[in-house]
Design a protein around this ligand. Structure first.
Ligand SMILES: Nc1ncnc2c1ncn2[C@@H]1O[C@H](COP(=O)(O)OP(=O)(O)O)[C@@H](O)[C@H]1O
Ligand SMILES: C=C(OP(=O)(O)O)C(=O)O
Ligand SMILES: [Mn+2]
Length: 528
């Protein structure tokens, strides 16, 4: 099928009698509950379960191999190629399937808060609750913007349509297929709402760098003085949690662009984890759970409709989605200046990386390319306990272009704006996962605030002997034995063995970056 035929099919679908366009939040909440997709909780949130798929399914994600884009894509395990024929065939089937539904839901809006690079999008959903999710997570148009809205990219989500791998050419019943040329993202077989938002992120990660704008998997906030901080990190490392800070205005919790104007949020909402959520530890997020919020796989009492955030029986990856305006202290619209502080978050389940260290320029580039963390249970299918992972730019599942494209842009921007980079381990301390414990959130918050406030600018540091990281010898409010990970372990020999094991993994992983400068390779990584 050519683009015109694809567009005509889409037009026909959107002109169908079963289409609900731009329903309001109460209308969508009503639809979601009356259609039996979800229930209302005592706090007024819409709460849904997603069945078998409670996290992203990276193995079922594909990019269509197309003439106009194929030379730019970094093909491999993340960007798995699939043919136009497979896409066209599934597209026709999904559209037919959707035409046959009683009702469909369409959200029109935007990705990217900076008007200069904003993308017009629409999301077509089989489920009302998914449409509510899209409404809250993307940027909502004003009434005026809506009248002239023409979508550039379209997400089509048909969770109950299942592919037949033998006939349809997919690996399983589930598929997330991106056609950059036809500007369509086709999602089937999964109800996990996160696929919807991350698929648009993938598009922005393709489009923005080609306009000279760095796209980033990070959260961002800004202080009274206009000092912007970025928090890069893979899932579960603390982007959402640490960026919600009553003393700083939130710019966004997950996806940003950095242009010559400064940083901007790509989204219009947040998608926070709710496992073990408490009002004491994370009041901003806790208070964002209210009418209009969407809860995913959170345990709830069927009668009282009280939620139990400590219950991970459906998944560890329980979530709440809400518009950013549900957070008390925000910048609206979500745009700000250039970052002064950049924090790389890692959740090290080996328990050997320091809770905070100051990175040199070479170390910053090395760690950005390495993108080390431990994948925590839940966000991706099949991960049940922490496993070490190297994910370039702290976001490789979402990056269509080669990692070096993003890394070089970040390097230039750090130089240009003189940003200081820190590595913060929000993972384990005093031992590895199983024997040690997770770093106390209150300590991490104190260390992060110290970094952002400039308290660590001239602080005395000592260099750790394995990774060469410069660790502050004192941070006010944090016990000194916590700062140096070796001190936090009772068994020093065990620490040394674990640290050198992790250093080995870093070295092994970095071999693939044969084309980065010698300075980064030599000065950025472990000392041996
Ligand atoms: N020291 C810590 N720093 C940050 N988060 C922590 C810490 N200890 C526990 N957590 C928990 O880890 C999770 C971090 O998740 P989140 O902020 O949603 O990550 P991301 O947005 O990067 O995916 C939250 O559930 C938070 O409560
Ligand atoms: C929603 C996700 O991102 P994060 O965990 O970074 O919030 C995800 O990876 O599915
Ligand atoms: Mn998050």
């Amino acid at each position: 099928m050519n683009s015109v035929e694809i567009a005509n099919e889409l037009k026909e679908l959107l002109n169908g009698g079963n289409i609900n366009v731009q329903l309001s939040v109460p209308q969508l909440a009503e639809k979601a509950t009356s259609r039996g997709e979800a229930m209302l909780t005592v706090d007024g949130a819409v709460r849904a379960e997603t069945g078998k798929y409670t996290g992203r399914s990276p193995k079922d994600k594909y990019m269509v191999e197309e003439e106009s884009t194929k030379d730019k894509i970094d093909w491999g395990k993340v960007n798995q190629p699939i043919s136009s024929e497979v896409f066209d065939n599934l597209y026709v089937k999904v559209v037919k399937y959707l035409k046959e539904r009683d009702e469909l839901f369409v959200f029109k809006g935007f990705a990217g808060a900076d008007k200069d690079s904003q993308l017009s999008i629409q999301v077509i959903n089989e489920y009302a609750w998914h449409n509510l999710f899209a409404h809250q997570l993307f940027i909502r148009p004003t009434a005026e913007e809506l009248t002239s809205h023409v979508a550039d990219f379209t997400v089509i989500s048909a969770p109950n349509f299942k592919a037949d791998p033998a006939i349809d050419g997919t690996a399983s019943e589930t598929f997330i297929i991106v056609s950059l040329e036809k500007k369509i993202i086709l999602i089937g077989g999964t109800e996990y709402a996160g696929e919807i938002k991350k698929s648009i992120f993938g598009i922005m990660n393709y489009l923005l760098p080609q306009q000279g704008i760095l796209s980033m998997h990070c959260s961002a906030n800004v202080g009274e003085a206009g000092d912007v901080a970025l928090f890069f990190g893979l899932s579960g490392t603390g982007k959402t949690t640490l960026s919600a800070d009553p003393e700083r205005k939130l710019i966004g919790d997950d996806e940003h662009g950095w242009s010559d104007n400064g940083v901007f949020n790509i989204e219009g909402g947040c998608y926070a984890k709710t496992i073990n959520l408490s009002a004491e530890k994370e009041p901003e997020i806790y208070n964002a759970i209210r009418f209009g919020s969407v809860l995913e796989n959170v345990a709830v009492d069927p009668e009282t409709r009280v939620c139990d955030y400590d219950d991970g029986s459906l998944t560890e990856n329980t979530r709440v989605a809400y518009p950013i305006q549900f957070i008390e202290n925000i910048v609206d619209p979500s745009v700000a200046g250039h970052p002064k502080t950049i924090i790389f978050l890692t959740a090290d389940a080996f328990g050997v990386l320091p809770p905070i260290s100051k990175l040199t320029k070479e170390q910053a580039m090395y760690h950005f390319l390495s993108g080390f963390t431990s994948k925590l249970a839940g966000t991706e299918r099949g991960v049940t306990e922490p496993e070490p992972v190297f994910s370039t730019c702290f976001g490789s599942p979402f990056l269509p272009l080669p990692a070096t494209v993003y890394a070089e842009m970040l390097g230039q921007k750090i130089d240009e704006h003189g940003a200081q980079v820190y590595l913060v381990n929000t993972g384990w301390t005093g031992g590895e996962y199983g024997t040690g414990s997770r770093m106390k959130l209150s300590y991490t918050r104190t260390m992060v605030r110290a970094a952002i406030d400039g308290q660590l600018a001239d602080v005395e540091t000592i260099q750790d002997s394995v990774f060469g990281l410069n660790i502050p010898t004192a941070v006010e409010g944090v016990p000194t034995e916590v700062l140096n990970p070796r001190d936090a372990w009772a068994d020093k020999a065990a620490y040394d063995a674990k640290a050198s094991e992790l250093a080995g993994l870093f070295n092994e992983n970095f071999k693939k970056f044969s084309n980065v400068s010698e300075a980064i390779t030599k000065l950025g990584g472990p000392l041996k």
